[in-house]
Design a binder for this molecule. Structure first.
Ligand code: HEM
Length: 466
Protein backbone atom coordinates (compact mmCIF):
# COMPACT_ATOMS: atom_id res chain seq x y z
CA UNK A 1 0.00 0.00 0.00
CA UNK A 2 1.36 3.39 -1.01
CA UNK A 3 1.26 6.30 1.38
CA UNK A 4 1.82 10.02 1.03
CA UNK A 5 2.28 12.79 3.57
CA UNK A 6 -0.73 15.06 3.13
CA UNK A 7 -1.24 18.46 4.75
CA UNK A 8 -0.71 17.33 8.31
CA UNK A 9 -0.21 13.58 8.09
CA UNK A 10 0.41 10.38 6.27
CA UNK A 11 -2.68 8.90 4.63
CA UNK A 12 -3.45 5.75 2.68
CA UNK A 13 -3.56 6.17 -1.04
CA UNK A 14 -5.17 3.01 -2.25
CA UNK A 15 -5.47 0.59 0.61
CA UNK A 16 -8.60 1.37 2.53
CA UNK A 17 -12.11 1.50 1.17
CA UNK A 18 -14.54 4.15 2.38
CA UNK A 19 -16.85 1.56 3.96
CA UNK A 20 -13.96 0.20 6.05
CA UNK A 21 -12.70 3.53 7.35
CA UNK A 22 -15.10 4.44 10.27
CA UNK A 23 -14.63 8.16 9.57
CA UNK A 24 -15.40 10.85 12.16
CA UNK A 25 -18.87 12.44 12.19
CA UNK A 26 -19.12 15.76 10.34
CA UNK A 27 -22.26 17.10 12.01
CA UNK A 28 -20.99 17.74 15.52
CA UNK A 29 -21.56 20.62 17.91
CA UNK A 30 -18.35 22.17 16.54
CA UNK A 31 -19.81 22.01 13.02
CA UNK A 32 -22.87 23.91 14.28
CA UNK A 33 -20.88 26.64 16.04
CA UNK A 34 -17.47 26.88 14.28
CA UNK A 35 -17.62 24.94 11.00
CA UNK A 36 -14.36 26.48 9.78
CA UNK A 37 -12.48 24.72 12.61
CA UNK A 38 -13.98 21.38 11.58
CA UNK A 39 -12.95 21.89 7.96
CA UNK A 40 -9.43 22.89 9.00
CA UNK A 41 -9.07 19.86 11.26
CA UNK A 42 -10.13 17.57 8.42
CA UNK A 43 -7.78 19.33 6.00
CA UNK A 44 -4.87 18.92 8.42
CA UNK A 45 -5.59 15.26 8.93
CA UNK A 46 -6.49 14.14 5.41
CA UNK A 47 -5.53 16.85 2.93
CA UNK A 48 -7.98 18.20 0.33
CA UNK A 49 -10.42 15.25 0.43
CA UNK A 50 -11.57 13.67 3.70
CA UNK A 51 -13.74 10.70 4.62
CA UNK A 52 -16.61 11.79 6.91
CA UNK A 53 -19.59 10.20 8.58
CA UNK A 54 -22.86 11.86 7.54
CA UNK A 55 -25.38 10.80 10.18
CA UNK A 56 -24.26 7.18 9.99
CA UNK A 57 -23.40 7.03 6.29
CA UNK A 58 -19.78 7.42 5.07
CA UNK A 59 -18.98 9.91 2.31
CA UNK A 60 -16.05 11.89 0.89
CA UNK A 61 -15.98 15.61 1.60
CA UNK A 62 -14.06 17.73 -0.89
CA UNK A 63 -12.30 20.54 1.02
CA UNK A 64 -9.68 21.68 -1.49
CA UNK A 65 -10.54 24.52 -3.88
CA UNK A 66 -8.77 22.94 -6.85
CA UNK A 67 -10.30 19.50 -6.23
CA UNK A 68 -13.78 21.00 -5.75
CA UNK A 69 -13.45 22.91 -8.99
CA UNK A 70 -12.21 19.81 -10.84
CA UNK A 71 -15.13 17.69 -9.61
CA UNK A 72 -17.72 20.35 -10.50
CA UNK A 73 -16.24 20.87 -13.97
CA UNK A 74 -16.12 17.16 -14.81
CA UNK A 75 -19.72 16.00 -14.91
CA UNK A 76 -18.81 12.80 -16.80
CA UNK A 77 -16.18 11.77 -14.24
CA UNK A 78 -18.34 12.80 -11.23
CA UNK A 79 -21.99 12.50 -12.28
CA UNK A 80 -25.04 12.97 -10.05
CA UNK A 81 -27.82 10.37 -9.70
CA UNK A 82 -28.45 8.29 -6.58
CA UNK A 83 -28.73 5.14 -8.72
CA UNK A 84 -24.92 5.30 -9.02
CA UNK A 85 -24.40 5.08 -5.24
CA UNK A 86 -22.85 1.65 -4.57
CA UNK A 87 -23.63 1.57 -0.84
CA UNK A 88 -27.27 2.43 -1.57
CA UNK A 89 -27.70 -0.31 -4.17
CA UNK A 90 -26.02 -2.76 -1.78
CA UNK A 91 -28.56 -1.84 0.92
CA UNK A 92 -26.04 -0.11 3.20
CA UNK A 93 -27.91 3.22 3.41
CA UNK A 94 -30.50 2.87 6.21
CA UNK A 95 -34.13 3.38 5.18
CA UNK A 96 -34.55 5.92 7.96
CA UNK A 97 -31.38 7.89 7.16
CA UNK A 98 -32.31 11.49 8.08
CA UNK A 99 -30.95 12.88 4.80
CA UNK A 100 -32.93 10.34 2.74
CA UNK A 101 -36.10 12.44 2.37
CA UNK A 102 -34.28 15.48 0.95
CA UNK A 103 -32.18 13.43 -1.47
CA UNK A 104 -34.74 10.87 -2.61
CA UNK A 105 -37.11 13.46 -4.17
CA UNK A 106 -35.91 13.10 -7.74
CA UNK A 107 -35.76 16.63 -9.19
CA UNK A 108 -33.27 18.56 -11.33
CA UNK A 109 -30.80 19.31 -8.53
CA UNK A 110 -30.36 15.64 -7.61
CA UNK A 111 -30.96 13.88 -10.89
CA UNK A 112 -28.40 12.40 -13.30
CA UNK A 113 -28.85 10.15 -16.33
CA UNK A 114 -30.45 10.82 -19.70
CA UNK A 115 -33.51 12.64 -18.27
CA UNK A 116 -31.36 15.39 -16.78
CA UNK A 117 -30.30 17.44 -19.82
CA UNK A 118 -33.81 18.04 -21.29
CA UNK A 119 -35.00 18.97 -17.81
CA UNK A 120 -32.15 21.44 -17.26
CA UNK A 121 -32.75 23.01 -20.69
CA UNK A 122 -36.43 23.43 -19.77
CA UNK A 123 -35.45 25.09 -16.47
CA UNK A 124 -33.20 27.55 -18.31
CA UNK A 125 -36.01 28.40 -20.72
CA UNK A 126 -38.64 28.72 -17.99
CA UNK A 127 -36.44 31.02 -15.88
CA UNK A 128 -35.37 33.22 -18.78
CA UNK A 129 -38.35 35.62 -18.79
CA UNK A 130 -37.71 36.35 -15.10
CA UNK A 131 -33.98 36.87 -15.58
CA UNK A 132 -33.74 38.78 -18.84
CA UNK A 133 -33.79 42.41 -17.67
CA UNK A 134 -35.60 43.54 -20.84
CA UNK A 135 -38.43 41.04 -20.47
CA UNK A 136 -41.72 42.35 -19.00
CA UNK A 137 -41.77 39.40 -16.56
CA UNK A 138 -38.39 40.44 -15.11
CA UNK A 139 -39.68 43.99 -14.68
CA UNK A 140 -42.87 42.71 -13.10
CA UNK A 141 -40.83 40.56 -10.72
CA UNK A 142 -38.81 43.59 -9.58
CA UNK A 143 -42.02 45.57 -9.04
CA UNK A 144 -43.42 42.66 -7.02
CA UNK A 145 -40.32 42.33 -4.83
CA UNK A 146 -40.40 46.07 -4.14
CA UNK A 147 -44.09 45.95 -3.25
CA UNK A 148 -43.70 42.87 -1.01
CA UNK A 149 -40.71 44.40 0.76
CA UNK A 150 -42.74 47.56 1.36
CA UNK A 151 -45.65 45.55 2.74
CA UNK A 152 -43.37 43.73 5.18
CA UNK A 153 -41.57 46.90 6.30
CA UNK A 154 -44.90 48.67 6.85
CA UNK A 155 -46.01 45.73 8.98
CA UNK A 156 -42.81 45.93 11.07
CA UNK A 157 -43.46 49.66 11.48
CA UNK A 158 -46.89 48.98 12.99
CA UNK A 159 -45.04 48.28 16.25
CA UNK A 160 -43.84 51.92 16.22
CA UNK A 161 -41.52 54.22 14.29
CA UNK A 162 -38.61 52.95 16.36
CA UNK A 163 -38.18 49.58 18.02
CA UNK A 164 -36.79 46.09 17.94
CA UNK A 165 -37.49 43.57 15.20
CA UNK A 166 -36.26 40.20 14.03
CA UNK A 167 -35.46 40.87 10.40
CA UNK A 168 -35.05 37.17 9.72
CA UNK A 169 -38.57 36.13 10.79
CA UNK A 170 -40.22 39.42 9.78
CA UNK A 171 -38.47 40.12 6.49
CA UNK A 172 -35.77 37.79 5.16
CA UNK A 173 -37.83 34.60 5.47
CA UNK A 174 -41.28 35.81 4.33
CA UNK A 175 -40.05 37.94 1.41
CA UNK A 176 -38.72 35.01 -0.68
CA UNK A 177 -41.82 33.00 0.18
CA UNK A 178 -43.97 35.76 -1.31
CA UNK A 179 -41.67 35.81 -4.34
CA UNK A 180 -41.99 32.03 -4.70
CA UNK A 181 -45.76 32.39 -4.65
CA UNK A 182 -45.46 35.00 -7.42
CA UNK A 183 -43.19 32.75 -9.54
CA UNK A 184 -45.48 29.77 -9.05
CA UNK A 185 -48.47 31.80 -10.19
CA UNK A 186 -50.68 31.21 -7.18
CA UNK A 187 -53.68 33.49 -7.58
CA UNK A 188 -53.60 36.35 -5.03
CA UNK A 189 -52.37 35.21 -1.62
CA UNK A 190 -54.02 31.84 -2.02
CA UNK A 191 -50.68 30.05 -1.93
CA UNK A 192 -49.51 31.58 1.34
CA UNK A 193 -51.16 29.05 3.61
CA UNK A 194 -49.71 26.08 1.77
CA UNK A 195 -46.31 27.68 1.26
CA UNK A 196 -45.85 28.21 4.97
CA UNK A 197 -45.67 24.43 5.10
CA UNK A 198 -42.31 24.78 3.37
CA UNK A 199 -40.94 26.32 6.56
CA UNK A 200 -42.23 23.37 8.57
CA UNK A 201 -40.49 21.02 6.15
CA UNK A 202 -37.22 22.99 6.23
CA UNK A 203 -37.27 23.29 10.02
CA UNK A 204 -37.66 19.48 10.19
CA UNK A 205 -39.77 19.65 13.37
CA UNK A 206 -42.44 17.14 14.44
CA UNK A 207 -45.02 18.56 11.99
CA UNK A 208 -42.62 18.32 9.01
CA UNK A 209 -44.05 15.12 7.57
CA UNK A 210 -47.74 16.10 7.37
CA UNK A 211 -46.60 19.54 6.12
CA UNK A 212 -44.66 17.89 3.28
CA UNK A 213 -47.71 15.83 2.32
CA UNK A 214 -49.97 18.89 2.27
CA UNK A 215 -47.43 20.88 0.32
CA UNK A 216 -46.89 18.23 -2.35
CA UNK A 217 -50.67 17.84 -2.68
CA UNK A 218 -51.08 21.61 -3.15
CA UNK A 219 -48.27 21.72 -5.71
CA UNK A 220 -49.80 18.77 -7.59
CA UNK A 221 -53.12 20.67 -7.70
CA UNK A 222 -51.32 23.76 -8.92
CA UNK A 223 -49.51 21.70 -11.59
CA UNK A 224 -52.86 20.31 -12.81
CA UNK A 225 -54.39 23.79 -12.89
CA UNK A 226 -51.47 25.16 -14.94
CA UNK A 227 -51.66 22.29 -17.44
CA UNK A 228 -55.38 22.97 -17.80
CA UNK A 229 -55.04 26.74 -18.07
CA UNK A 230 -51.46 28.00 -18.58
CA UNK A 231 -50.57 31.44 -17.28
CA UNK A 232 -47.56 33.75 -17.20
CA UNK A 233 -45.69 31.88 -14.51
CA UNK A 234 -42.88 29.39 -13.95
CA UNK A 235 -44.97 26.17 -13.95
CA UNK A 236 -46.61 27.10 -17.26
CA UNK A 237 -43.26 28.06 -18.82
CA UNK A 238 -41.66 24.80 -17.62
CA UNK A 239 -44.52 22.76 -19.08
CA UNK A 240 -44.29 24.64 -22.37
CA UNK A 241 -40.54 23.90 -22.52
CA UNK A 242 -40.95 20.25 -21.45
CA UNK A 243 -44.45 19.08 -22.45
CA UNK A 244 -43.64 15.46 -21.51
CA UNK A 245 -43.38 16.22 -17.79
CA UNK A 246 -46.00 14.33 -15.81
CA UNK A 247 -47.96 16.27 -13.20
CA UNK A 248 -46.08 14.40 -10.52
CA UNK A 249 -42.71 15.35 -12.03
CA UNK A 250 -43.80 18.96 -12.41
CA UNK A 251 -44.90 19.07 -8.75
CA UNK A 252 -41.42 17.88 -7.71
CA UNK A 253 -39.73 20.61 -9.74
CA UNK A 254 -42.03 23.20 -8.15
CA UNK A 255 -41.10 21.83 -4.73
CA UNK A 256 -37.42 22.30 -5.64
CA UNK A 257 -38.05 25.90 -6.74
CA UNK A 258 -39.93 26.64 -3.56
CA UNK A 259 -37.22 25.16 -1.32
CA UNK A 260 -34.35 26.94 -3.04
CA UNK A 261 -36.19 30.24 -3.16
CA UNK A 262 -37.51 30.31 0.36
CA UNK A 263 -34.43 29.06 2.19
CA UNK A 264 -31.38 30.13 0.21
CA UNK A 265 -32.60 33.55 -0.84
CA UNK A 266 -33.74 34.24 2.74
CA UNK A 267 -30.26 33.39 4.01
CA UNK A 268 -28.70 35.66 1.40
CA UNK A 269 -30.98 38.56 2.42
CA UNK A 270 -30.11 38.17 6.14
CA UNK A 271 -26.39 37.83 5.50
CA UNK A 272 -26.36 40.86 3.23
CA UNK A 273 -28.15 42.96 5.84
CA UNK A 274 -25.51 41.96 8.42
CA UNK A 275 -22.72 42.73 5.97
CA UNK A 276 -24.12 46.16 5.18
CA UNK A 277 -24.69 47.09 8.83
CA UNK A 278 -21.43 45.76 10.18
CA UNK A 279 -19.33 45.56 7.04
CA UNK A 280 -15.86 46.81 6.63
CA UNK A 281 -15.01 49.42 4.09
CA UNK A 282 -17.92 51.75 4.84
CA UNK A 283 -20.35 49.80 2.69
CA UNK A 284 -23.36 51.42 4.27
CA UNK A 285 -22.04 54.88 3.51
CA UNK A 286 -21.76 53.92 -0.13
CA UNK A 287 -25.20 52.33 -0.40
CA UNK A 288 -26.59 55.28 -2.25
CA UNK A 289 -23.90 54.63 -4.84
CA UNK A 290 -25.66 51.38 -5.63
CA UNK A 291 -23.31 49.01 -3.86
CA UNK A 292 -25.95 46.77 -2.30
CA UNK A 293 -25.46 44.28 -5.06
CA UNK A 294 -21.71 44.32 -4.69
CA UNK A 295 -22.02 43.70 -0.93
CA UNK A 296 -24.32 40.83 -1.74
CA UNK A 297 -21.81 39.33 -4.17
CA UNK A 298 -19.17 39.55 -1.49
CA UNK A 299 -21.48 37.94 1.09
CA UNK A 300 -22.42 35.07 -1.20
CA UNK A 301 -18.72 34.35 -1.65
CA UNK A 302 -17.70 34.66 2.00
CA UNK A 303 -20.74 32.92 3.47
CA UNK A 304 -22.16 30.58 0.83
CA UNK A 305 -25.81 29.72 1.67
CA UNK A 306 -25.35 26.22 0.20
CA UNK A 307 -22.27 25.07 2.15
CA UNK A 308 -22.17 21.46 0.95
CA UNK A 309 -23.56 20.43 -2.42
CA UNK A 310 -25.68 17.39 -3.14
CA UNK A 311 -23.65 14.25 -3.82
CA UNK A 312 -21.90 13.22 -6.96
CA UNK A 313 -20.49 9.73 -7.56
CA UNK A 314 -17.16 8.56 -8.98
CA UNK A 315 -17.84 7.13 -12.46
CA UNK A 316 -14.74 4.91 -12.05
CA UNK A 317 -11.93 4.50 -9.50
CA UNK A 318 -10.31 7.96 -9.51
CA UNK A 319 -7.51 9.54 -7.45
CA UNK A 320 -8.62 12.74 -5.73
CA UNK A 321 -6.58 14.52 -3.08
CA UNK A 322 -4.66 11.86 -1.17
CA UNK A 323 -7.15 9.04 -1.76
CA UNK A 324 -8.49 6.88 -4.51
CA UNK A 325 -12.26 7.29 -4.71
CA UNK A 326 -13.93 4.03 -5.73
CA UNK A 327 -16.56 3.84 -8.44
CA UNK A 328 -19.96 4.62 -6.90
CA UNK A 329 -18.55 6.35 -3.78
CA UNK A 330 -20.46 9.54 -2.84
CA UNK A 331 -18.51 12.80 -3.01
CA UNK A 332 -19.81 16.02 -1.41
CA UNK A 333 -18.22 19.23 -2.58
CA UNK A 334 -18.01 21.76 0.27
CA UNK A 335 -18.00 25.31 -1.07
CA UNK A 336 -17.50 26.63 2.48
CA UNK A 337 -14.36 24.52 3.00
CA UNK A 338 -13.06 25.20 -0.52
CA UNK A 339 -13.37 28.95 0.09
CA UNK A 340 -11.33 28.55 3.29
CA UNK A 341 -8.58 26.72 1.36
CA UNK A 342 -5.52 29.03 1.41
CA UNK A 343 -5.22 28.51 -2.35
CA UNK A 344 -8.49 30.45 -2.63
CA UNK A 345 -8.65 32.58 0.52
CA UNK A 346 -5.11 33.93 0.19
CA UNK A 347 -5.99 35.26 -3.21
CA UNK A 348 -9.14 37.11 -2.14
CA UNK A 349 -8.58 40.43 -0.43
CA UNK A 350 -11.12 40.51 2.44
CA UNK A 351 -11.39 44.29 2.56
CA UNK A 352 -12.28 44.78 -1.06
CA UNK A 353 -15.88 45.36 -2.08
CA UNK A 354 -15.04 43.98 -5.51
CA UNK A 355 -15.76 40.28 -5.38
CA UNK A 356 -13.94 37.50 -7.15
CA UNK A 357 -15.70 35.60 -9.90
CA UNK A 358 -13.80 32.43 -9.07
CA UNK A 359 -15.95 31.49 -6.08
CA UNK A 360 -18.10 28.36 -5.99
CA UNK A 361 -21.17 29.69 -4.17
CA UNK A 362 -23.35 29.24 -7.25
CA UNK A 363 -21.62 25.99 -8.20
CA UNK A 364 -19.47 25.58 -11.32
CA UNK A 365 -19.58 23.73 -14.61
CA UNK A 366 -22.73 22.76 -16.42
CA UNK A 367 -24.69 22.08 -13.23
CA UNK A 368 -24.17 25.62 -11.95
CA UNK A 369 -27.21 27.36 -10.46
CA UNK A 370 -29.52 28.46 -13.29
CA UNK A 371 -31.27 31.06 -11.09
CA UNK A 372 -28.32 33.16 -10.02
CA UNK A 373 -29.61 36.38 -11.56
CA UNK A 374 -33.09 35.88 -10.18
CA UNK A 375 -31.88 35.12 -6.65
CA UNK A 376 -29.44 38.04 -6.71
CA UNK A 377 -32.12 40.45 -7.92
CA UNK A 378 -34.62 39.43 -5.26
CA UNK A 379 -32.01 39.79 -2.50
CA UNK A 380 -30.58 43.07 -3.79
CA UNK A 381 -33.98 44.73 -4.35
CA UNK A 382 -35.25 43.56 -0.94
CA UNK A 383 -32.16 44.72 0.95
CA UNK A 384 -32.06 48.00 -0.98
CA UNK A 385 -35.64 48.69 0.04
CA UNK A 386 -34.86 48.01 3.72
CA UNK A 387 -32.08 50.57 3.79
CA UNK A 388 -34.27 53.14 2.06
CA UNK A 389 -37.22 52.73 4.40
CA UNK A 390 -35.22 52.53 7.64
CA UNK A 391 -33.15 55.60 8.49
CA UNK A 392 -31.31 53.61 11.18
CA UNK A 393 -30.75 49.90 11.39
CA UNK A 394 -28.34 48.44 13.95
CA UNK A 395 -27.70 44.93 15.15
CA UNK A 396 -29.20 44.30 18.59
CA UNK A 397 -26.44 41.75 19.29
CA UNK A 398 -22.70 41.87 18.60
CA UNK A 399 -22.10 40.35 15.19
CA UNK A 400 -20.15 37.39 16.62
CA UNK A 401 -23.09 36.49 18.87
CA UNK A 402 -25.72 36.21 16.14
CA UNK A 403 -27.29 32.73 16.25
CA UNK A 404 -26.58 30.47 13.27
CA UNK A 405 -28.39 27.34 12.15
CA UNK A 406 -26.58 24.69 10.16
CA UNK A 407 -27.79 21.68 8.27
CA UNK A 408 -25.70 19.28 6.20
CA UNK A 409 -26.50 21.50 3.20
CA UNK A 410 -26.94 25.08 4.32
CA UNK A 411 -25.90 27.61 6.92
CA UNK A 412 -27.86 30.74 7.75
CA UNK A 413 -28.94 32.98 10.61
CA UNK A 414 -31.57 31.64 12.98
CA UNK A 415 -32.66 35.16 13.81
CA UNK A 416 -31.53 38.69 13.01
CA UNK A 417 -32.40 41.01 15.91
CA UNK A 418 -32.12 44.69 15.02
CA UNK A 419 -32.94 48.11 16.43
CA UNK A 420 -34.64 50.20 13.78
CA UNK A 421 -35.87 53.68 13.10
CA UNK A 422 -38.20 54.20 10.18
CA UNK A 423 -37.59 57.09 7.80
CA UNK A 424 -40.13 59.84 8.51
CA UNK A 425 -41.84 59.76 5.10
CA UNK A 426 -42.29 56.26 3.69
CA UNK A 427 -42.03 57.14 0.01
CA UNK A 428 -43.43 54.58 -2.36
CA UNK A 429 -40.69 53.76 -4.80
CA UNK A 430 -40.65 51.79 -7.98
CA UNK A 431 -37.68 49.48 -8.42
CA UNK A 432 -35.23 50.86 -10.97
CA UNK A 433 -36.17 49.52 -14.44
CA UNK A 434 -39.37 48.05 -13.05
CA UNK A 435 -42.50 48.03 -15.17
CA UNK A 436 -44.80 50.95 -14.48
CA UNK A 437 -46.87 48.66 -12.30
CA UNK A 438 -48.35 49.68 -9.02
CA UNK A 439 -48.45 47.71 -5.81
CA UNK A 440 -52.13 47.17 -6.61
CA UNK A 441 -51.38 45.23 -9.81
CA UNK A 442 -48.83 42.91 -8.19
CA UNK A 443 -50.80 42.58 -4.93
CA UNK A 444 -54.29 42.48 -6.41
CA UNK A 445 -56.22 41.73 -3.22
CA UNK A 446 -54.65 43.16 -0.04
CA UNK A 447 -57.62 42.04 2.08
CA UNK A 448 -57.04 38.41 1.09
CA UNK A 449 -53.41 38.86 2.13
CA UNK A 450 -54.52 40.02 5.55
CA UNK A 451 -56.64 36.92 5.98
CA UNK A 452 -53.82 34.57 5.00
CA UNK A 453 -52.02 32.53 7.61
CA UNK A 454 -48.68 34.07 6.60
CA UNK A 455 -50.03 37.49 7.48
CA UNK A 456 -51.60 36.33 10.71
CA UNK A 457 -48.25 34.79 11.67
CA UNK A 458 -46.34 37.99 10.88
CA UNK A 459 -48.87 40.15 12.73
CA UNK A 460 -48.55 37.86 15.73
CA UNK A 461 -44.77 38.43 15.70
CA UNK A 462 -45.37 42.17 16.11
CA UNK A 463 -47.84 41.61 18.96
CA UNK A 464 -45.41 39.27 20.75
CA UNK A 465 -42.52 41.70 20.20
CA UNK A 466 -44.31 44.59 21.88
C1 HEM B 1 -29.07 32.52 -2.73
C2 HEM B 1 -29.74 31.68 -3.45
C3 HEM B 1 -29.15 30.49 -4.17
C4 HEM B 1 -27.90 29.92 -4.08
C5 HEM B 1 -26.74 30.34 -3.21
C6 HEM B 1 -27.88 28.80 -4.99
C7 HEM B 1 -26.80 27.97 -5.19
C8 HEM B 1 -26.79 26.87 -6.01
C9 HEM B 1 -25.68 25.97 -6.17
C10 HEM B 1 -24.37 26.06 -5.43
C11 HEM B 1 -26.04 25.02 -7.06
C12 HEM B 1 -25.17 23.87 -7.56
C13 HEM B 1 -25.35 22.67 -6.67
C14 HEM B 1 -24.51 21.50 -7.14
O1 HEM B 1 -23.64 21.65 -8.00
O2 HEM B 1 -24.74 20.39 -6.60
C15 HEM B 1 -27.41 25.30 -7.44
C16 HEM B 1 -28.11 24.55 -8.33
C17 HEM B 1 -29.39 24.84 -8.67
N1 HEM B 1 -30.14 25.94 -8.30
FE1 HEM B 1 -29.57 27.42 -7.09
N2 HEM B 1 -29.09 28.73 -5.62
C18 HEM B 1 -29.89 29.74 -5.14
C19 HEM B 1 -31.17 30.02 -5.50
C20 HEM B 1 -31.88 29.33 -6.43
C21 HEM B 1 -33.23 29.60 -6.79
C22 HEM B 1 -34.07 30.76 -6.26
C23 HEM B 1 -33.59 28.67 -7.71
C24 HEM B 1 -34.88 28.52 -8.46
C25 HEM B 1 -35.67 29.51 -8.81
C26 HEM B 1 -32.45 27.81 -7.92
C27 HEM B 1 -32.41 26.73 -8.78
C28 HEM B 1 -31.36 25.85 -8.90
C29 HEM B 1 -31.39 24.65 -9.72
C30 HEM B 1 -32.57 24.19 -10.58
C31 HEM B 1 -30.16 24.00 -9.58
C32 HEM B 1 -29.73 22.68 -10.21
C33 HEM B 1 -28.93 22.91 -11.45
C34 HEM B 1 -28.43 21.63 -12.08
O3 HEM B 1 -28.14 20.65 -11.38
O4 HEM B 1 -28.36 21.65 -13.30
N3 HEM B 1 -31.42 28.23 -7.13
N4 HEM B 1 -27.83 26.45 -6.80
Amino acid sequence: MESRTGEGGSVDLDGTRLEEMSPEPLLTRDYETRPSLVYERLRQRHGPVAPVDLLGVPAWLVLGYREAFDVLQDDDGWPKGLERWRARSEGRVPGDWPLGPSLEVNHVLIQGGPGYQPLRTAWDMALKPFQDPRHPQAKRLKAAVTAYADELITLVGQAGGTGLADLSAQFARPLPLMVASHLLGFPGSQGDDALMDMWRVLDAGPDAEPALERLLATLAELAAAKREKPGDDFPSYLLAAHPDLSLDELARELFMLLGMTSDHVGILVSNTVVEVISGEGGVRASLSAGLVRESMNRVVMRKPPLVNFVPRFAAKDTPLGNYTIREGDPVWVSSAAAHADPLFSDNVCPSTTVSTRAHLSWGAGRRQCPARELASTVAAVGVGRLFERFSHLDLALPVDQLPWRSSPFMRGLRSLPVRYELSPVPERRRAPDAAPETAETVIPDPSARQRSSLWRYLTELIRVGR
